[in-house]
Design a protein around this ligand. Structure first.
Ligand SMILES: Cc1ncc(COP(=O)(O)O)c(C=O)c1O
Length: 471
């Protein structure tokens, strides 16, 4: 492709994107293809000769689009949002045009300095204490792994990095509701899955702080070394909140690294009225939330904050001759703040989003999402045939069909899953599910960038009408 064709097709692709957003509600929210349907349309061998761009773009519409699940469709209510926005998309286009590899300051000073600034903005925007320093990681899973590795090196005085494990007595703690990325981090960090202690939750699905304390004390008595607690603000299943203040006190008393996973909920802390949940954060060692979930910024963009920047850097720093640069002592070289060397220029999209929407614009959207979720919960509470999971947290609503008396839990769950399948197969809405005390609940999160009150109302009316159909 030459520069003339690049200009021509860049305009074509920009129009394609704008058309896509204009017509996004015409697509089934969840892709309706069957397994193998896409791959069977793709040739076994790569093209030996250049292909025409027109043909490639046609194939996107014909082959690829039917296999896309439309996360940006306002009727997308599944999982947590991975929302984006127009300013974020524009920044991603520019990032890809720049193609910068932002591993050290010198390889793109603007990327490093903009990252430092937008992370500082995020602290101010969401009530994270100034004692933390931020860096953008790809995902919350990586951020949690970075936290566990930093905790390991702090406790071992960098000896695991140097000599490897010489016997492992470390223990990590999270609630039974914590995200699977904690278990993954513990496996990768060499701590071992059996040294992850999953603490019981209370009726709100929040970690029982007294059980955490008991478990830590009994581990110490048995000769184990408590390393890290991962507290969740907004669990994946139900957005439940662990009692951060109590947990932070236990961590402080027992010299345990506290990492807080607020992957989803962190965006809600732009709202001062939600910040009571953050009480205790000042005692944490690290914290993560994902602007790529609920802050209108394209995946991937995970905001990781750490109190002891020197510990973080000493955990990851490695300095071969070929990476040394003159300004090293005066700048942030983010390659030393995480796992990978190569880094995308992710700060640009966050900068575009925060500037184009303004903090007020971001607050307004998130406040609306929470309000509509609260109103939907109110509707569900008073609708016969449905059961709301209480408490309802932030903009996530979990509900089930009422369990009929005499029906086993297994049959009830099968009926609920069939119902979910029917909703999602309609292409009109997309919800996901979770299980609480053996019972399946549908999860409906309201967080898509362009979702309106009407989308929520229409979706609920559709869900109600589908629940009347006898099968
Ligand atoms: C509470 C929580 N933590 C961590 C994650 C993992 O996020 P990521 O995909 O950024 O690794 C999720 C994903 O939904 C989550 O809900």
């Amino acid at each position: 492709m030459d520069k003339h064709d690049f200009r021509k097709y860049a305009h074509r692709v920009a129009d394609w994107m704008a058309d896509y957003y204009e017509n996004i509600e015409a697509y089934p929210v969840r892709s309706q293809v069957k397994p193998g349907e896409i791959i069977s349309q793709l040739p076994d061998l790569p093209p030996p000769k250049p292909e025409n761009m027109e043909t490639i773009l046609d194939d996107v519409d014909k082959i690829i689009m039917p296999g896309i699940t439309h996360w940006q469709n306002p009727n997308f209510f599944a999982y947590f949002p991975a929302n984006t926005s127009y300013p974020s998309i524009l920044a991603e286009m520019m990032t890809s045009a720049l193609g910068s590899q932002c591993m050290v300051w010198e390889t793109s000073p603007a990327a490093a300095e903009l990252e430092e600034k937008v992370m500082s903005w995020l602290k101010k925007m969401t009530g994270i204490p100034e004692t933390f320093e931020g860096v953008i990681q790809d995902t919350a899973s990586t951020s949690t792994l970075v936290a566990v590795l930093s905790a390991r090196e702090k406790k071992s005085k960098n000896s695991v990095n140097n000599a490897g494990f010489t016997g492992n007595l470390y223990r990590v703690y999270c609630s039974t509701e914590a995200h699977s990325s904690v278990e993954k981090a513990v496996k990768i960090a060499g701590i071992g899955r059996q040294n992850l202690r999953k603490i019981e939750v209370d009726e709100n699905l929040s970690m029982k702080a007294e059980m955490l304390e008991e478990t830590i004390l009994s581990d110490i008595q048995e000769g184990f070394i408590p390393l890290c607690v991962v507290a969740a603000l907004g669990t994946t299943g139900t957005a439940a909140m662990d009692p951060l203040m109590d947990i932070s006190e236990i961590c402080r008393k027992n010299d345990v690294w506290l990492h807080v996973d607020a992957a989803y909920a962190g965006s809600a802390f732009v709202l001062e009225e939600q910040r009571y949940l953050l009480k205790g954060i000042e005692n944490a060692d690290s914290y993560v939330f994902n602007p790529h979930k609920w802050m209108f910024t394209n995946f991937d963009c995970s905001a990781f904050f750490v109190k002891d920047r020197e510990q973080l850097i000493s955990t990851f720093e490695i300095l071969p001759e070929y990476l040394k640069t003159r300004p090293d002592s005066q700048v942030n070289n983010y390659r030393d703040w995480g796992i990978q060397l190569g880094r995308r220029f992710r700060a640009l999209k966050l900068w575009f989003v925060i500037r184009e929407m303004g903090v007020e614009g971001i607050k307004q959207k998130i406040a609306n999402h929470i309000k509509w979720a609260n109103e939907l919960a109110g509707e569900i509470r008073k609708t016969p045939g449905f059961e709301l999971l209480e408490p309802q947290n932030l903009a996530l609503v979990c509900f089930s069909l009422s369990k009929k008396s005499g029906v086993s839990m297994e049959d009830h769950n099968a009926r609920t899953m069939d119902f979910l399948h029917r909703l999602n197969s309609s292409g009109k809405v997309y919800l996901s599910h979770t299980k609480v005390n053996e019972k399946v609940f549908l999860r409906m999160q309201i967080g898509q960038t362009s979702v309106t009150e009407k989308h929520v109302r229409d979706a609920w009316n559709f869900i109600k009408s589908e629940s009347q159909i006898k099968i």
